[in-house]
Design a protein around this ligand. Structure first.
Ligand SMILES: Cc1cc2nc3c(=O)[nH]c(=O)nc-3n(C[C@H](O)[C@H](O)[C@H](O)COP(=O)(O)OP(=O)(O)OC[C@H]3O[C@@H](n4cnc5c(N)ncnc54)[C@H](O)[C@@H]3O)c2cc1C
Length: 392
């Protein structure tokens, strides 16, 4: 794609490429390429490498210790990052809790939490969804009742990714049941070591246990951990989701995976015209996705927020990513099997199969989640219909 980047932007891009090439450990790169499971230590050690160069919280402004990248530099960073098999960094601290705290938190909260997030000292999780409150998040029921200088939290969260690893949770709770649902929600920071918290794993289709149920039984949370004003949590939650969706396109990662598919196709004994057609369609869709991303980027360069149009990136990016994992199975056929849990956990070699076929089934199963989390794609379509197209 022929883009008009400045000489400074080109130099930045080269700097990022050289840094990542020199610092990405080969064992981590192999795990990502083979769709093997990453441990908490894998994430921590990789994020430490990024944090030392101040390229962990890449979206943060200089005022809060971040690198202060322009939207264009951030885009270029993500392009270079996705071009290599780098572990996808855990987003809950750097892309969610952090921006909410520096935008709406008190000075004390900023001083306490931001340096630790920036330095990769704490692992965060997101406590939004509950049984009965997923797409309809305002229906959440986890209650926080004021008791002196504490809130007492009771209730349950579900699908909480990495709650089993987390030091902290940013959590939506009900602090008032007498007003409109959206107006009674508050944004609390909860220490996951607090007495009364129970975390139970939920197995995903690929056998992993990356997400959990979290139960709160009279958990005492200091009032100091309330972000912003009581009852304004809905505003902060929505602010955060727009940014979450903008970063969900994953176009650079998809380009790398498409390149891998093309290599697999080129080395296959035969490839049907149907597969060739699907490869070509994917390449076209990826190009369209990238243009969409760049259009939003130029708006952000002009100082605008991503807005409801970020939903387009979420929809197309996740559909493309799922089609890539599906096509990989169709390309490698029986070589993608068997499903070997030991291999996924990094023990032993790929069971059999051509090149990177190992882990393909696990990736296919795992990526089903993409069109559900971060707000399901059906709900994103409703957002586009209402807020962008002005329908109904
Ligand atoms: C792998 C994974 C990790 C997750 N991690 C987290 C996490 O860390 N923290 C967290 O808080 N949550 C997390 N979630 C939860 C996720 O945000 C919810 O699953 C999602 O918001 C959908 O909610 P739900 O599962 O309750 O489905 P429901 O809301 O019950 O939806 C069921 C179906 O109905 C459709 N639907 C619902 N409402 C509408 C509507 N208005 N219009 C059209 N269709 C509609 C949905 O698209 C879906 O197909 C995770 C989910 C997954 C799969």
């Amino acid at each position: 794609m022929n883009l008009d980047f400045s000489a400074e932007d080109h130099a930045f891009r080269l700097d990022v490429r050289r840094f990542l090439e020199a610092n990405l450990p080969s064992d981590l790169a192999a795990k990502v390429t083979n769709n093997q499971r990453l441990t908490r230590d894998d994430f921590i050690s990789w994020q430490d490498i990024l944090a030392r160069r101040n390229w962990y919280a890449i979206g943060w402004p200089k005022a809060f210790g971040g690198p202060g990248l322009t939207p264009t530099q951030r885009y270029l960073f993500e392009q270079e990052y996705g071009a290599l098999p780098c572990p996808h960094p855990c987003q809950f601290g750097i892309a969610m809790a952090g921006p909410v705290i520096y935008s709406f938190g008190s000075k004390e909260q900023q001083n306490r939490f931001l340096p630790r997030i920036l330095g990769n000292k704490d692992f965060w999780c997101q406590g939004y969804s509950e049984p009965g409150a997923g797409s309809d998040l305002a229906a959440l029921r986890t209650a926080a009742a004021r008791d002196g200088d504490h809130y007492v939290v009771n209730g349950q969260k579900i699908w909480t990714t990495w709650a089993n690893w987390a030091d902290w949770m940013f959590c939506l709770v009900k602090t008032d049941t007498t007003v409109k649902p959206q107006e009674g929600i508050s944004f609390l920071l909860i220490d996951m070591r607090s007495p009364g918290i129970t975390v139970r794993p939920i197995r995903t289709l690929d056998g992993d246990a990356e997400f959990n149920e979290v139960f709160f039984d009279n958990v005492r949370v200091p009032v100091d951990n309330l972000v912003g004003a009581e009852g304004k949590g809905w505003t902060y939650a929505k602010f955060l989701l727009e940014f979450e969706r903008f970063s969900m396109s994953g176009s650079a990662r998809a380009k790398r995976m498409l390149r891998e598919l093309k290599v697999l196709a080129a080395t296959a004994p035969s490839v049907s015209p149907v597969i060739e057609d699907r490869l070509a369609r994917l390449a076209i869709e990826l190009l369209a996705l990238e243009y969409m991303e760049l259009r939003l980027l130029s708006r952000m360069n002009a100082g605008e927020n991503p807005g409801p149009e970020a939903s387009k990136l979420k929809i197309r990016g996740t559909e493309v990513a799922q089609e890539i994992t599906r096509l990989r199975l169709d390309l490698t056929g029986p070589d993608s099997l068997p499903f070997d849990a030991a291999f996924l956990d990094g023990e032993g070699d790929a069971p059999f199969g051509r090149g990177t076929a190992g882990g393909a089934v696990a990736a296919y199963l795992n990526q089903r989640k993409l069109t559900i989390w971060g707000g399901s794609n059906e709900v994103q379509r409703m957002i586009l219909a209402r807020q962008v197209l002005g329908l109904g």
